[in-house]
Structure formats: C-alpha cells, structure tokens
Design a protein around this ligand. Structure first.
Ligand code: MN
Length: 186
C-alpha cells in the first residue's frame, strides 16, 4: 500500500489539471504583483513560518509581604523603573479575603480589575465593590486599601510612578477583620 504523499511530483501534476478549468480572468490574478505593504508581507511570512513573538517571563511570582498584606496575595512584575522611566506596573492576585494594608502612593496609583470581585476603600469613605473592567485612581498621598471580596478571588493590574528615591508606597496599619467586615454585599 502506498501512503499518500503531499507535494509529490505526481500530485503536483494532478493539481495542475483542475487549474486549467479556472476562467482566464481569475488565472491572471496569480500573476499580478502583490500589493501587500512591507509590513503586511512580513506579518504574512511570520504566520507561514510559524514564528510567534513570545517574551518569556523569567521573574518569579512574589507573595505579598506579610507586613503589607492580610491573607495571601501574589504579585507578578510587568514593568519596573528603568533609565528615565518611573513606571512600576504589576499584576496582583488576591485570594478570597486577602487585602492590602492601609497605604498611599507618592504619585498616585491606577488599578484595573481583570478578574473576580474586589473591595476598595479610601480613608473616610465607605468600602466600595469593584469588578472586571473597573479602573480606580488613587490620588498622590491618598490613604486607601484594596483587596478581594470575602468569598471571591480578585486580580488587578497596578500602575504607579515611583518617587525620586524609587519608593512606590508608604505603608500603615493592616485592615482588621471588623474594618474589612463593614463591606457591602457583593
Ligand atoms: Mn494602592
């Protein structure tokens, strides 16, 4: 028994057969000069040759330090200050009930919820529920905390500009169970 062989000379000849039935106006298309831009050509070639642009992450996930977190939270670095850049971005995953201690950021902070249901509170304001797609900006020096709801995971991206000494936050007291328990139902 002969195994099918793709791209063999025989098959090549067989393939050329049906092409003759293609109307002349369509056959001409194959001889036209490609109109793709250089970029599009490159992209098309990458797909054909199977190139994927993956940047390997070699930095380990860091548990949120006990001094700064209640419960288990995990931090993955996205960007760290380099050269003139002061951008510090990370992905933070909170397990149910986990939250940061009270803290403030010298140049403020943006968090963007990517998964789960979370809680956030500014000093002197009620606790608020945050969900995927929600974005919260904390003003420079504004005391606050953020974390997961008691029964749900929560992940958010965090973006801060560190100060001239490289500090991203100043930390205060933990958010106690009673304080955390004042959250509204999710
Ligand atoms: Mn914060």
């Amino acid at each position: 028994m002969t195994m099918p062989s793709f791209g063999s000379a025989t098959e090549g000849r067989q393939r050329s057969g049906p092409a003759r039935t293609v109307p002349r106006r369509l056959r001409n298309r194959g001889t036209q000069k490609p109109t793709l831009s250089r970029t599009a050509e490159k992209s098309s070639n990458d797909i054909r040759s199977g190139i994927m642009r993956i940047t390997k992450n070699t930095i380990e996930t860091t548990p949120g330090p006990r001094e700064w977190f209640t419960g288990a939270a995990y931090i993955d670095a996205i960007a760290t200050p380099t050269g003139p850049s002061r951008v510090n971005a990370s992905s933070v995953r909170f397990t149910p009930g986990a939250r940061t201690a009270w803290h403030a950021h010298p140049n403020g902070q943006t968090i963007y919820v990517t998964e789960g249901i979370g809680l956030v509170q500014r000093r002197g304001a009620p606790i608020e529920v945050i969900r995927p797609g929600d974005r919260v900006f904390f003003d420079p020096g504004e005391e606050h905390w953020h974390g997961a709801a008691p029964t749900r995971f929560m992940s958010h991206l965090s973006m801060v500009d560190v100060d001239e000494k490289g500090n991203s936050a100043t930390w205060g007291a933990h958010v106690g169970d009673e304080e955390y328990g004042a959250a509204p139902p999710i």
